[in-house]
Ligand binder design. Structure first.
Ligand SMILES: Nc1ncnc2c1ncn2[C@@H]1O[C@H](COP(=O)(O)OP(=O)(O)OP(=O)(O)O)[C@@H](O)[C@H]1O
Ligand SMILES: [Mg+2]
Length: 359
């Protein structure tokens, strides 16, 4: 097939005044030692985007099955490039840049041009990227997730709230804006985090009940009744350094767990009670179905005090770092069932093509 690969690629961060102010702002909230030792890791502007290494790996996976592949960067020229190229199919990993529905922009263009593509459509991708909209749908279908509200103004002191709460930006990924300080135990701490999210990210804060049980992430592949749950990955939060909250925060993902110094944070398949394992699989299949996700996704789960799997959030465009030396959950789960990177990428394409042809 003649394919296009739509993507956003990480830029060299140097010298941009806007980005420096983002870093300076975030530095107020991150552990001082980390800021001093790794100032270059503080800027999270492009944390969700892929490296050229990942884009090249996806392209070469597709080429290995004899497809022709054109790279189309997601920017304000993409529509015209796609219109001119008219590929048979698009492999989409573009995260977009502007606005809460930025991940929907390439899917919308492709829908307008009537070009089929891998992954979820613009509606589902947009809904999943707004964590409160996603939770509203999960709640409607009684799929467990933590109680929440959203706000961009402080809550009144004396408000009737149970603590601890968890505070995060409404529409970010890659743990952007999720620091150790996201776990709050008082109205003062909560208001400081609401202010942080507003000033650093210009968006409301999602305030959730803090779920403290084991954490898992679940790679899904396929469609409809045939959707496969790949081996569940446990995020072993015991590896989070002393003094830090047991969460998979920005600090853990980007400061503590690096290629040079990999944390032993994933266990795949998760070693847990069979009943809980099956319950997680069921919750993920239900979430996949009600949100009308297509082809692939990665769903984050945490167990509550009754060992009920709660959906933390859903990633219809999962991270796919190709080098096993980087901790990346979707490729890790795929490797566990004997799918190397090339096979995994082509499996997603096959699922999308099969869905598109109605089989
Ligand atoms: N309500 C919650 N209770 C407990 N922990 C939470 C809660 N929400 C988030 N977390 C912790 O914070 C981490 C990051 O949160 P979340 O998955 O929402 O962020 P993200 O940036 O969308 O992640 P990703 O990198 O998977 O895109 C979770 O993996 C989990 O450890
Ligand atoms: Mg997550």
């Amino acid at each position: 097939m003649r394919l296009a690969l739509t993507y956003n690629v990480k830029h060299d961060n140097g010298g941009n005044a806007d980005m420096q102010s983002v870093s300076a702002n975030a530095a107020k909230y991150v552990n001082r030692d980390l800021v001093e030792n790794y100032p270059e890791r503080l800027d999270d502007t492009y944390a969700e985007w892929d490296s050229m290494e990942t884009i090249d790996a996806v392209k070469s996976a597709l080429v290995s099955e004899n497809h022709e592949v054109e790279l189309v960067e997601a920017n304000d020229d993409s529509y015209f490039k796609l219109k001119e190229l008219k590929p048979d199919f698009v492999f989409n990993v573009a995260e977009g840049f502007y606005g809460a529905s930025r991940e929907s922009q390439i899917p919308s263009m492709l829908e307008m041009l009537n070009i089929p593509f891998t992954g979820s459509d613009s509606i589902t991708i947009g809904i999943c990227h707004d964590k409160s909209r996603c939770k509203e749908i999960l709640s409607y279908y009684n799929i467990p997730n933590s109680k929440f509200f959203i706000t961009d103004t402080p809550v009144k002191s004396g408000s009737d709230l149970n603590f601890p709460k968890f505070v995060k930006p409404l529409h970010e990924g890659s743990s952007k804006g999720i620091y150790n300080s996201s776990v709050v135990n008082s109205v003062e701490e909560l208001n400081s985090e609401i202010e942080r999210v507003k000033s650093c990210y210009g968006q409301p804060a999602l305030v959730e009940d803090y779920i403290t049980g084991k954490e898992f992430t679940v790679a899904m592949l396929g469609n409809g009744n045939d959707v496969r749950v790949l081996p569940i990955v446990e995020i072993n939060l015991d590896t989070v350094p002393e003094g830090f909250n047991k969460i998979y925060s920005y600090e853990v993902k980007w400061f503590f767990d690096t290629r040079e110094n990999q944390l032993d944070i994933f266990r795949c398949p998760a070693e847990i009670d069979r009943k809980i394992y099956s319950h997680i699989e069921k919750v993920c299949k239900d979430a996949f179905r009600v949100l009308r996700i297509r082809d692939w996704a990665r769903i984050d789960i945490r167990l509550d005090g009754n060992n009920v799997p709660n959906v933390i959030e859903i990633n219809p465009l999962p991270g796919i770092l190709p080098d096993p030396a980087d901790n990346s959950c979707y490729p890790k789960a795929a490797r566990n069932v004997g799918m190397d990177y090339n096979k995994m990428i082509n499996a997603v394409l096959h699922e999308a093509v099969k869905r598109n042809s109605g089989n």
